[in-house]
Design a protein around this ligand. Structure first.
Ligand code: F0G
Length: 450
């Protein structure tokens, strides 16, 4: 199956033209505009974050909803992608032949009554991004970042990652014929994620530093070597991750939940969700915003502290959590994320290592499973219902960001009571499930199982 989109297969529907999309500085006092094809990650004037803005085609909300639904019947590569199906809502490309698609998105909404009860809710719905081609939500953004890289004729792409961005970038670079250069915090990513980067053929460098330090390093190298950066401050990654919300709404026939709950690390996803929901509202596709709840691991919770103290963001210099995906002390996208949490009347919460581990086991028992960072959602929901912030009867969508197989070491250690949090604090195996060694003897096994 070809992964890039041949010109002859361009489907109908409106096509964006480059003139109708621009980059703009996110800082309210600056708002300088740039061409959509400028290679920029921050505003050259004020160093603010950048975002894509559009003059949309005049098609009305009901027409768009119908178009998106019809495309689910189509086998055209763009239509079968759960990102590009919504291309009228992220119209930054002028030519869809640049697209690299692994049929990302298309992730399910799953009900989980047992997990709901654990979270103190009558019901819960998980939007499970772990069903993506490389097993995390990063694929939704990476298909867009890779398309922009190809449009800009980039030969090499780079990122620093706690593991999932690198796995995703490696796959999309390989599928799109680009060289992938990956920087990882040595000893602090799961083997599953490292293995993916190697298998997809990325040049992989493990640096003896943490995520935040390596990001600074990679910015310098990208500038020196002319490599395209695909970290989440790349505005096109954010555009792609908007589709997680569009698809969720489409799957609910555009019924808006009361809450959307997600884990927060570098805060790119929070930024993307908020932008998607505001844009869907402004286009008349939904009539209100859900409240956004961002959950951080207590050992890597600068955004939570900022929220709670109402002060400026203070980076955590030594972030620590076994949920390595969100082990980030200086989140790049905090200005956007803060805007989105405020605009949605949302909240930020933090959870302990024990709370994450137990919530993760509960999501597993629901037959669903996820990686540790994703389980911060259910742990956070349990805390927020307990505190009366989220109502028991609320309609809650929790986004599970990564697949259960991303970090099997963590799972094995939890279930065998060997999991230790940073600082040597033992995690109790409250919902542990050990395997049992038995002799090769039918009678004795039958006796045991009776
Ligand atoms: N969940 C998972 C599984 C992640 O991999 C990440 C981020 C997050 C949540 C947090 O998302 O950064 O948008 O707030 N992983 C990045 C990476 C940092 O390099 O793979 P965020």
């Amino acid at each position: 199956m070809s992964s890039t989109v041949p010109a002859g297969m361009r489907p109908g529907g409106l096509q964006a033209s480059a003139g109708r999309a621009e980059l703009v500085c996110f800082e309210p006092s600056c708002r300088t505009r740039f061409a959509i094809t400028d290679v920029l990650y921050n505003c050259p004037k004020c160093d603010g974050l950048l975002e894509a803005i559009y003059e949309y085609d005049g098609r009305g909300p009901e027409d768009l909803k119908r178009l998106f639904r019809e495309r689910r019947m189509s086998n055209a590569p763009l239509d079968s992608s759960g990102v590009w199906r919504y291309r009228e809502l992220l119209p930054f490309l002028d030519d869809y032949t640049h697209v690299v698609t692994l049929r990302e998105g298309n992730t399910p909404l799953l009900d989980a009554p047992l997990a709901a009860r654990y979270g103190g809710l009558d019901r819960i719905t998980f939007k499970h991004q772990g069903f993506n081609p490389t097993g995390s939500f990063k694929d939704n953004g990476m298909t867009c970042g890779a398309a922009q890289a190809r449009r800009l004729n980039m030969k090499r792409v780079a990122c620093v990652s706690t593991g999932n961005t690198s796995a995703s970038m490696a796959a999309y670079a390989a599928a799109g014929g680009m060289e992938a250069l990956i920087f990882l915090p040595h000893g602090n990513i799961s083997f599953g994620k490292l293995a993916q980067a190697l298998e997809y053929g990325a040049k992989t460098l493990e640096v003896e530093a943490n995520f935040d330090e390596i990001l600074a390093l990679v910015r310098v190298l990208a500038q020196k070597l002319g490599i395209y950066l695909l970290n989440s401050m790349n505005p096109f990654r954010v555009e792609g991750q908007k589709s997680i919300m569009f698809e969720m709404l489409d799957q609910r026939d555009w019924r808006v939940p009361d809450w959307v709950v997600l884990p927060g690390g570098n805060l790119g996803n929070t930024s993307a969700f908020g932008k998607a929901l505001r844009e869907a509202r402004d286009l008349g596709m939904i009539d209100k915003l859900p409240r956004i709840a961002v959950i951080q691991a207590a050992g890597a919770a600068p955004f939570y502290r900022m929220w709670k103290d109402g002060a400026a963001l203070q980076a955590v210099t030594k972030p620590e959590t076994l949920a390595t995906a969100i082990r980030i002390g200086d989140p790049v996208s905090w200005p956007k994320a803060l805007h989105e949490v405020r605009t949605s009347n949302g909240v930020v919460e933090q959870v302990s290592e024990q709370e994450i581990a137990d919530a993760k086991a509960q999501i597993g028992r629901a037959g669903i499973g996820c990686e540790p960072a994703s389980a911060a959602t259910l742990a956070g929901i349990r805390k927020l219902t307990d505190a009366g912030v989220i109502d028991k009867a609320a309609d809650v969508v929790a986004v599970l960001t990564g697949n259960v197989l991303k970090d099997t070491d963590y799972i094995y250690k939890y279930h065998t009571n060997q999991l230790e949090a940073p600082g040597g604090v033992k995690i109790r195996s409250n919902f542990g499930n050990r395997s049992i060694v038995v002799p090769n003897d039918a009678d004795r096994i039958a006796e045991m199982l009776r």
